[in-house]
Design a protein. Structure first.
Ligand SMILES: NC(=O)c1ccc[n+]([C@@H]2O[C@H](COP(=O)([O-])OP(=O)(O)OC[C@H]3O[C@@H](n4cnc5c(N)ncnc54)[C@H](OP(=O)(O)O)[C@@H]3O)[C@@H](O)[C@H]2O)c1
Length: 329
């Protein structure tokens, strides 16, 4: 029997919500149902573009609409906690943009609330669900590159420099670690299947006080090191390399949105392509719907424990680089 159409609600129809709306158009049994914005005209324009039925100028009203099956939160990091808490309290499943919250204390509270309310919660770390990563997992599981020894990645984009925009704005929990660094951290965690036992980090804090360039070495108990940097000030290679004792895997740029990977062992080189069906967001949306329909509270592909461990690590990195947000003091 065909599934009933899954009704999505969107909070904060800004830049990234466009990707979400576009990806929904590629999923047969899902649709944009409702959108809420502090600016009703913005909600209306978004609903028109992606065929939404309802618009609200209040997040509460959307969350309390019984026709909404799940909510996608697309506001800047600072607001994720309050928005997700609002949804979970009302019993609405949540797919929330990365990073799930600003710090681990907030993440822990949301996870506890989701469990207490028996409601699904997932950080929208879309990279985890891209088809090319299934191929990479196969190569890793088959051990074709031997034991993994070193991971090297960059996530650097020269972003617009408006000081009130979310990237540089400390009041919106700006900075490159939470925005971009979360990807190399999450991919390292996925490759290694464990958490690092130590790390060293350095950063350049710009004039608004947030990190515009952060470089980190994560060290694992088996001697593996994951070396990554994230920055807002230069366009980087944005690849992810996994070096093993007998070869390497190259996840092509942009690794967080990858559709191609190359395996190199001895003189053999194989490149595999897994083109995205739409823009890549469709896979995380489908995973969230699959879990919600199955009555799961979390996704095995991006479980609560992974999100929490990553937030704890980013808290510690922020302590080391001296970055505390004004609203945390
Ligand atoms: N997965 C990805 O590839 C990806 C890429 C980029 C960003 N993101 C994540 O998506 C989230 C949103 O990023 P974005 O660039 O889309 O944000 P954005 O366009 O700046 O803002 C999105 C919405 O958030 C609200 N908002 C923005 N600034 C605000 C402020 N100063 N005060 C109160 N509300 C504000 C607005 O909601 P209203 O319309 O209700 O006013 C706006 O429509 C971030 O957490 C980011 O990490 C993910």
């Amino acid at each position: 029997m065909a599934n009933k159409k899954f009704n999505w609600g969107v909070l904060g129809p800004g830049r990234i919500a466009q990707q979400f709306g576009d990806a929904l158009l590629a999923i047969d049994d899902a649709a944009l149902y409702a959108v809420a914005s502090s600016n009703l005209e913005r909600a209306k324009a978004f609903a028109q573009q992606y065929h939404g039925e309802k618009t609200y100028d209040s997040y509460e009203a959307l969350v309390n609409d019984p026709q909404v099956d799940a909510v996608y939160i697309a506001r800047p990091h600072r607001f994720h906690f309050d928005n997700a808490r609002l949804c979970l309290t009302a019993g609405k499943p949540v797919l929330c943009e990365k990073p799930l919250t600003v710090n681990a204390v907030e993440t822990k509270q949301l996870i506890d609330l989701a469990r207490a309310k028996n409601v699904f919660l997932m950080e929208a770390l879309w990279t985890r669900h891209l088809p090319i990563y299934l191929q990479i997992r196969e190569w890793l599981d088959e051990g074709v590159i031997g034991d993994v020894k070193l991971l090297v990645s960059t996530f650097g984009i020269n972003v617009p420099k408006g000081e009130t925009d979310r990237w540089l704005n400390p009041e919106l929990a700006g900075g490159t670690l939470l925005d971009m660094g979360v990807y190399p951290i999450a991919v390292s965690q996925w490759v290694m299947g464990r958490e690092p036992h130590s790390f060293s980090a350095q950063a350049y804090l710009g004039k608004t006080g947030v990190d515009e360039l952060t470089a980190v070495n994560l060290k694992y108990d088996n001697g593996v090191i994951s070396q990554f940097s994230s920055n807002f000030i230069s366009d980087n290679a944005n690849e992810f390399l996994i070096y093993g004792a007998q070869g390497r895997i190259h996840i092509h740029a942009n690794f967080w949105a990858a559709s191609r990977a190359t395996l190199m062992t001895g003189d053999r080189e194989v490149t595999v392509s897994k083109p995205l069906r739409r823009n890549g967001f469709e896979y995380e949306i489908e995973e969230a719907m699959r879990c919600i329909r199955a009555g799961l509270l979390e996704s095995p592909a991006m479980p609560h424990a992974h999100t929490l461990a990553n937030m704890e690590l980013m808290d510690k990195i922020r302590t080391q680089i001296g970055l505390k947000y004004p609203f945390e003091k």
